[in-house]
Design a protein around this ligand. Structure first.
Ligand code: HEM
Length: 397
């Protein structure tokens, strides 16, 4: 049979039937590039738990070196591209700054911005929910975390897309490479300005806490702060946009679920967890085997790129009963949408809070959503999955 192509339009539109096929032969090669897909919950967790066998350090090489002269690999030396023990040290350092306090400081702003965006949606006949809500809320949050002036918020999405292109190693024409290098150095220059400012005039914010952070006598260097800031942008923006869009799309398709959640807002966190499970914003993440590894009866060769199929693991019927259904009463919290093990998403509590408060503000003002007719256009990315636009009409409460 032809290998499954995880970039094909059919897969992007609805990966669930492909995942069922993958789990029936749980280690198999897929397109593009003959990636080895690991699709069962147990096997994906095993790979996440064993960085000695499945390394993240390939990110350090995963970009064209000549593209990056003078700007450096934007993600390579961030948490996402390190294995223990370097990862452990860096995670301890940034965790010193990225705390409950950091998240709590954002709560009032998130509520205010979400309320304003929801009011704005109701003033219009039809909106693209992505542009009207799902993007500006996380852009506000990431902009605040990075200490950027509000005028820079609209540029964050473009920066994030461009940085992802840089680490995706595809053939690009020279003008495009020149453009990507320019935008990357622009983003890094803004971060450098923030770092210098917070060193001189510390405030109550993440960047000030980061430049002051010290673990076992070692503080963080400027290039490490830049790498971390880049990981925050790439890890925290697009993922949260997709989570918000997927939730509202599901509520448009299942108004009875929305009615239940509106009547009992305490169900909102359960709704968010189910959407994370069913429509995982990050459908897969890549590792490289460091040696030959036997998994599920299959021998994976050494130095093979491997896709940990998070979206498939989250629908594994061995772990989740009625795996393809949204069940608000589900007790198990075993979805791995935020990863697992040492790289478990640092922003998970923030993403959950952002979604809960954002949706509380939205659902208290809107009693329903009607999707505009027509096919949805899905984004084009190997790991992230979400609609590019979500045209809809909101029905006021
Ligand atoms: C790591 C998902 C939001 C920052 C990860 C990983 C996943 C993930 C799956 C692990 C990647 C791997 O092991 O290869 C998500 C999802 C989100 C979300 C689904 C939203 C719904 C955020 C936010 C932030 C953030 C809001 C920060 C503002 C990070 C960072 C890492 C990470 C820094 C790297 C952690 C490490 O390597 O130790 N995320 N994320 N994420 N995420 Fe998130």
């Amino acid at each position: 049979m032809k290998p499954i192509d995880v970039m094909s339009p059919e897969f992007r539109a609805d990966p669930a039937p492909f995942y069922a096929r993958l789990r029936s032969e749980p280690i198999q090669q897929v397109e593009p590039g003959g990636l080895w897909a690991i699709s069962r919950h147990e096997d994906v967790q095993f790979a996440f738990k064993n960085p000695k066998l499945f390394t993240s350090t390939f990110v350090q090489q995963a970009s064209n070196p000549e593209w990056l002269e003078g700007v450096g690999n934007p993600l390579g030396y961030s948490l996402l591209g390190l294995d223990p023990p370097q990862h452990t040290q860096m995670r301890a350092l940034v965790s010193h700054a990225f705390t409950h306090k950091t998240i709590a400081r954002l709560e009032t702003g998130i509520r205010r911005v979400a309320g304003e965006l929801a009011e704005n949606i109701l003033r219009q006949k039809e909106v693209d929910f992505v542009q009207a809500f799902a993007l500006p809320l996380p852009a506000f949050v990431i902009g605040e975390l990075l200490g950027f002036a509000p005028e820079l918020r609209p540029r964050l999405k473009q920066w994030s897309d461009d940085i992802v292109s840089i680490v995706s190693v595809v053939q690009e024409p020279p003008e495009r490479i020149a453009y990507l290098r320019r935008t990357l150095s622009e983003f890094q220059d803004f971060l450098r300005e923030v770092i210098a400012d917070r060193r001189a005039r510390p405030r109550e914010d993440l960047m000030s806490d980061l430049v002051r952070a010290e673990v076992e006598g070692r503080s963080i260097t400027e290039s490490e702060v830049i790498a971390f800031g880049t990981a925050l942008l790439v890890g925290g923006l697009e993922t949260t946009i997709h989570l918000l869009s997927h939730t509202v799309r599901r509520m448009a398709l299942a108004p009875e679920v929305l009615a239940r959640v509106r009547a009992e807002p305490a169900l909102l966190p359960a709704l968010v967890e189910e959407v994370l499970r069913l429509d995982s914003p990050l459908q897969l993440t890549v590792r490289l085997t460091t040696q030959e590894v036997e998994l599920g009866g299959v021998k994976l060769p050494a130095y093979a790129p491997v896709a940990l199929m998070v979206g498939s693991a989250n629908r594994d019927e061995r772990v989740f009963e009625r795996a393809d259904e949204l069940v608000l009463e589900r007790r198990t919290q075993q979805h791995i949408s935020f990863g697992y093990g040492v790289h478990f998403c640092l922003g998970a509590p923030l993403a959950r809070m952002e979604a809960r408060i954002g949706l509380e503000e939205l659902f208290s003002r809107c009693q329903g959503f009607v999707l505009a007719p027509g096919e949805l256009k899905w984004n084009y990315s190997i790991g992230l999955r979400g609609p590019v636009a979500l045209p809809l009409r909101a029905i006021p409460a």
